[in-house]
Design a binder for this molecule. Sequence first.
Ligand code: BDP
Length: 693
Amino acid sequence: EDGYDLWLRYQPLESAAKARVAPAVRYFVASTDRPIIAAAADELKRGLAGMIGAAPSQREKIDQAGGILISTDEVAFEVAGRPSGLGDEGYAIRTRNVSGKPTIFIVAHSDVGVLYGVFRFLRLLQTGQSIDNLDIIDAPKLKVRVLNHWDNLDRHVERGYAGLSIWDWQKLPLHKDPRYVDYARANASIGINGTVLTNVNANADILRPDYLQKVKALAEVFRPYGIKVYLTARFSAPIELGGLKTADPLDPAVQAWWKAKIDEIYTVIPDFGGLLVKANSEGQPGPADYKRTHAEGANMMADALAPHHGILMWRAFVYAAENAEDRHKQAYTEFQPLDGEFRDNVLVQVKNGAIDFQPREPFHPLFGAMPRTPLMMEFQITKEYLGFATHLAYLGTMWEEALQSDTFRPARGSTVAKVIETPIDAGAATGMAGVANIGSDRNWSGSQFDQANWYAFGRFAWDPDAKAGPIARDWARMTWGNDPAVVEPVVGMMMGSREAVVDYMTPLGLGHLMATGHHYGPGPWVSDLARPEWNPVYYHKADAAGIGFDRTARGSDALGQYAPEVVEAWGNPETIPEKLLLWFHHVPWDYRTKSGRILWDELVTRYDAGVGAVGKMQADWDGLRGKVDTARWAEVRDFLAIQHQEATWWRDASIAYFQSISKRPLPAGHKPPAHDLEYYKAITNPYAPGQAK
Ligand code: BDP
C-alpha cells in the first residue's frame, strides 16, 4: 500500500462480519442509465467486492432477499416510510421488508443524494458497524462545499507540499488522467460538491477559450460525482485578455466584457459553478484600484453570473500596505460596513481567523457581524503554518474549536457554525471552502496523515457542528484498519497533534513567528521585511517588560470588533482562555499563569510539552509496527522523526530568542537550547517546497 486508495481502501472484512453482511448485499436495483446513479452503483460494486469478496449483481426489481434499492422514485420513498428532512442532497438509508424480503433502501430526492447515501452505506461497513435494521437520515447543512486549489497554470502549487498540481493542462483535454476520477470519488465520498481549480493569486489565462476546453474536460469527469468546477478570476482580466484600458467595475465596457466572458464559460460548461476572487489583497488587482468598494467589484461579476445561477465567492482576506491599522482589524474595517450591499449570489469568504491560518487564532470577528451577507468559512487544509506535510497535525480539532466559538451575535449560542449554517434568508447560499492539500504525490496529500485533513474538511463542510473525535475515528478505521489496537493509538495521536504543534511553535496565543518566505521554520526575530505586518516582531512585541500584542482598548482595540460579551471575557488577562492570552494582551514576563508558573516559565514549559508530545507520538507509532502495512508505517515513522527534530528546532530557536529579551533563567529541569541564537538566525531553508512565486 502506498496511500493512493485514501480512505476508500475497501479491505476485506473479517470472516465473521463477512458472513453476516454477505446475505444482505447480494444484489442491487438502480437506474444505471443515469450517470450519477451509475457512479453510485460502480462504487457499491467496488466497495462490496473489496470488503466481502463479491460484487452485488444488478437486478430489475426487488424479488428476493438481500437487495439494495438505490432510488429517487416516489414509490421507493413510500415504502421507505417517507423520510423527511433530506433536502436536495440528503439521503435516507432504511431497512424495509418488500414482500417479506429484507431490503436496504438508499433513497434521496436527487441522484447525488443517492451517491452520498451509497458512500455512507459503505462507510458503515468500512468502520465495522452493523447494517441490520438501518435507519439513517442525513443531509448537508451547507450548500457550497468546495476545495480551493492554489494551483498555478505551470502546475506549481502555492503552499502545496504534495508535488505538482494534479491538473495536467498540457495533456488536457484529450488525455484525462484516470486519477481525476479517483479524485472525484474521494471528494464525493465526503460530500464535497465543488472544486475551484486555480490559485486565488489568479492568472487571467485560465479564462481563455483554449483553457476553457480543458476545464470542460475536467467538468465532464466530475459531473457524475456531483462536483461542479469553479475558477478564480483575475480582476484585471478585461485588460489582460480583453485589451480594455480599465477594469473599473462601473465602466460599461468592463461590465460587458465580464458578461460576455461568463456567457462564454456557460456555453462551454453549462453547469459551471462560478468564480472565486481575491481582490486588493497582497498585490492582486481589485475594485479599490478604481476607488470602488468590494461590493461594487463583486456585484459586477455576480450580475453576470446570476442568469446562469452561478455564484461568486469574494474573499475577505485583505490587508493593505497603506493601512497602518493592526492587521487583525483590516478585513472587518473594510467589509463590515458593506453588510447588505452584496448581491444575493455573492458569498463573502472569510478565513477562520483574522490574520492567516496560524496554528491557533481566535475566530474571525466578521462572523456574526454581517447578518445581511452570506459568509462562508475558509479553512486551510494544506498546512502552510503547521509543518507542511511532514508534521503530523490533525486539523479537525482546530476546525471544531473555530466552529464552536460563540460569536454572541446576535445572542449567546450563535456559534460560528450557526452563523455559516443559517441562510440570511430562505434559499440564500451557505458554504465552506478548504484550501486543498492535494498534489500529484502517490499519497495525494504529501503524507498519510494529511489525508485525514482532506477527509475531515469534507465532514465539517457537510456538518459544521460535527466533532473532530468521531471523524478521526472513522478516518483511522478506514485508513488503517478496525483493530482497536490500531484505532485507539492512531486517534489518540491525531487528537493531541495540533495542540503539540501550537505548543512547540506558537504557545499561549502567539502567532505568525515563522521564517520568511517558506513559513516552515522559526523566525521570531525577523524584523526587516518591507511591510511591518510581515514581521514576526510585529506580532509578539516582546520587550524587556513582557510579551504579547495588546489588542484591548488600551492597545489596537481589535478586540472591540467582537461582541460585548467576548470583549468582556477576553479583555481581562485573568478571564481570557490562556491559550489566547498573548494574542490580546501584552503581559509581564513574571505574570502568574493558571499553572502557578510565571509566564516565562510557562512559555518554556509549553515549548517542551510540544516537543514531548511529538516524542510520545513516535513511541505510540513504534508500537504499531507490524500492525499496519510496512510501507505506510515506515513513512510515518520517518516523518515523525523529522517532526521531532524540527519541533526541537522551533523550541530551541524560540527559547534562545525570547530569552535574549526576557533575560530570565530557564526554569529548573528545562535544558538550554543546543546552540546560541546566532546559529538559529543563520539557518536558511532552501529545500522548503510550495513557496509563493
Ligand atoms: C497566505 C499565503 C499566500 C496566499 C494568501 C491568501 O501565504 O500564499 O496567497 O494567504 O490566502 O497564507 O491569499
